[in-house]
Design a protein around this ligand. Structure first.
Ligand code: ATP
Ligand code: MP5
Length: 240
């Protein structure tokens, strides 16, 4: 598996928070996507921080042009990154509507955390019933599947709900007692996308991603004075 990246923004951040960011011009974002897909192709794609409505519009159009999205052979995962875990914005305010209207209808899977669920739908998740209501509200925006992640919930278990409106699958694991979960959502969405690229269906890809991120959280470490990163390096230790 070979990951390729189109850079959308340069952030100024560390374990304590995001101080600033500068977006990449949208024509350069488009050109990056075209360059790698034309040359090497893509088995699946995922978005992370998109910063502005202009970049979201450019990405949505370009993915349509190159044949990536829910009704194509190439699955598309939207991680609707809106803020860092410190609460610092990573998306200009007006861009939320572009995620709703331009990106979600093209998504094979959308993976919001509970803050992003509230921002996108207005639903406050507090229990299993509101988690189901949130999934329904997100599905009404057009993605094929939604994964409502439970990392920001409380309680001894981290429950992520996957739904396509017919199947409602709970991915449940123990909550690790650690503050160091920086990059957890990004790592989960990337692992799910990699699994989709290898040909897994969405439930199997989420199962694989959830088991992967559980190990990454278990191996997270303190770094800097704030929130340390989850670690995928257990893979290397396991293989050694
Ligand atoms: N303390 C924890 N122990 C075990 N699993 C966790 C923990 N925190 C989060 N997870 C899992 O990590 C994944 C990411 O969930 P979360 O809701 O934290 O996403 P996120 O807010 O987008 O992540 P982040 O902001 O850390 O990048 C989910 O599968 C969630 O269940
Ligand atoms: C460029 C970029 N993308 C995503 C996140 C969210 O990650 P987290 O919620 O762990 O801060 C981030 N901080 N920076």
């Amino acid at each position: 598996m070979h990951g390729m990246t189109a850079v959308t923004a340069v952030t100024v951040q560390n374990s304590l928070g995001v101080e600033d960011f500068a977006e990449v011009p949208s024509n350069i974002v488009t050109a990056q996507i075209r360059a790698v897909t034309a040359d090497m192709g893509a088995g699946a794609a995922k978005t992370g921080m998109l910063a502005t409505a202009e970049i979201i519009t450019a990405v949505a159009k370009t993915l349509g042009d190159v044949g990536i999205g829910r009704d194509t052979a190439v699955p598309f995962v939207v991680d609707p990154v809106a803020a860092s875990m410190h609460g610092d914005p990573l998306l200009r305010e007006e861009a939320l509507e572009a995620i709703r209207t331009e990106l979600l209808p093209r998504a094979t899977l959308v993976t919001p955390n509970l803050d992003e669920v509230r921002m996108l739908t207005g639903v406050e998740v507090t229990d299993a019933e509101s988690r189901r209501a949130a999934a329904e509200a997100l599905l009404a925006l057009g993605p094929q599947w939604v994964l409502v992640k439970g990392g920001h919930d409380s309680g001894p278990r981290c429950v992520d709900l996957l739904s396509d409106g017919t199947a409602h699958l709970e991915f449940d694991g123990p909550r690790r007692d650690t503050p160091h979960t920086h990059g957890g959502g990004d790592t989960l969405a990337s692992a799910v996308t990699a699994s989709l690229a290898r040909g897994a269906d969405v439930p199997a890809a989420v199962e694989e991603g959830k088991r992967f991120i559980e190990r990454c959280v278990a191996e997270a470490y303190p770094l800097g004075g704030g929130i340390g990163p989850v670690s995928p390096f257990w893979r290397l230790a396991d293989e050694a």
